[in-house]
Design a protein around this ligand. Structure first.
Ligand SMILES: NC(=O)c1ccc[n+]([C@@H]2O[C@H](COP(=O)([O-])OP(=O)(O)OC[C@H]3O[C@@H](n4cnc5c(N)ncnc54)[C@H](O)[C@@H]3O)[C@@H](O)[C@H]2O)c1
Length: 236
């Protein structure tokens, strides 16, 4: 793939999207970002990018903004796995429908590559550590919406000769992460409580373990996805 110049990042006011935008703008790419501000924070959006407050589901708007884009990082989502069994409509709209809208616009524009942020939730309750050769076994609407979007992405890209990469983040932590959402981001929730002089809440017996990935380590994997020669692809 020739060197991409213009990059669209969805969910750019969010945690991962804003870090990707900042890093890619530093590398002198032309960065366009969109976010509907349902999550994320306005201060997260880097000042030196072309930002549009629109919803990914608004296909007509997305089609206008995507003009001239070479590569899309689709990070926008309502990443509330726990909430998804209570609000399946909202979660499915912002994960599945929003993804299909972005992929449709990207295919119409004949972008070179689409990089989709899926989730480790795709593996469900299988034995850890999760490995890329494991079959997805989603166990809730959030995970189902991610796996369904992955499959449509693979299908549309294969049909239209577009390169695609599926990133599978595992519990990312770092600055700019949402800290006021009771349904996710345990480290930010605990830090927020401690800054208020309150003790963190620990459920169960406290012996449970969880691995986290620092944002810079994720960026070091996700930035090369932009133009690495052989994209990592899940087999469908
Ligand atoms: N952070 C993690 O640990 C983690 C783990 C696994 C997967 N992921 C995936 O990585 C991506 C980024 O996660 P994050 O932690 O940065 O989440 P985030 O909530 O910080 O950012 C998501 C952004 O998407 C925006 N958004 C949601 N629906 C939208 C829509 N319909 N149109 C436009 N914007 C919309 C929100 O306003 C928010 O700013 C998500 O797809 C998430 O599912 C993240």
């Amino acid at each position: 793939m020739s060197k991409p110049q213009k990059i669209l990042i969805t969910g750019v006011a969010g945690f991962l999207g804003s870090h990707l935008a900042e890093q890619l703008a530093k590398m002198n790419y032309s960065v366009v970002g969109i976010d509907n501000m349902i999550g994320g924070y306005p201060d997260n959006v880097p000042k030196n990018i072309d930002f549009h407050q629109i919803d990914c589901c608004d296909l007509n708007q997305v089609k206008k903004i995507i003009k001239g884009v070479d590569v899309v990082y689709h990070c926008a989502a309502t990443a509330h796995e726990g909430l998804s069994v209570f609000s399946p409509y909202e979660i499915t709209k912002n994960n599945y429908l929003a993804s299909i809208s972005i992929f449709t616009a990207a295919v119409n524009e004949k972008v070179k590559r689409i990089i989709f942020c899926s989730s480790m939730a795709r593996y469900g309750n299988q034995k850890t550590p999760f490995t890329e050769d494991m079959k997805p076994k989603p166990v809730d609407p959030y995970a189902i919406s991610k796996v369904a979007a992955e499959e449509v992405l693979a299908n549309l890209c294969e049909l239209n000769g577009i390169e695609w990469v599926i990133a599978v983040p595992h519990n990312i932590i770092g600055p700019r992460q949402k800290y006021d959402d009771p349904f996710r981001n345990v480290i930010s929730i605990m830090l927020n409580r401690m800054l208020q002089g309150k003790a963190p809440i620990i459920y169960g017996d406290g012996k449970q373990k969880r691995c986290f990935s620092y944002i810079d380590d994720c960026l070091s994997c996700m930035i090369p996805m932009l133009d690495q020669k052989k994209p990592q692809q899940t087999n469908y």
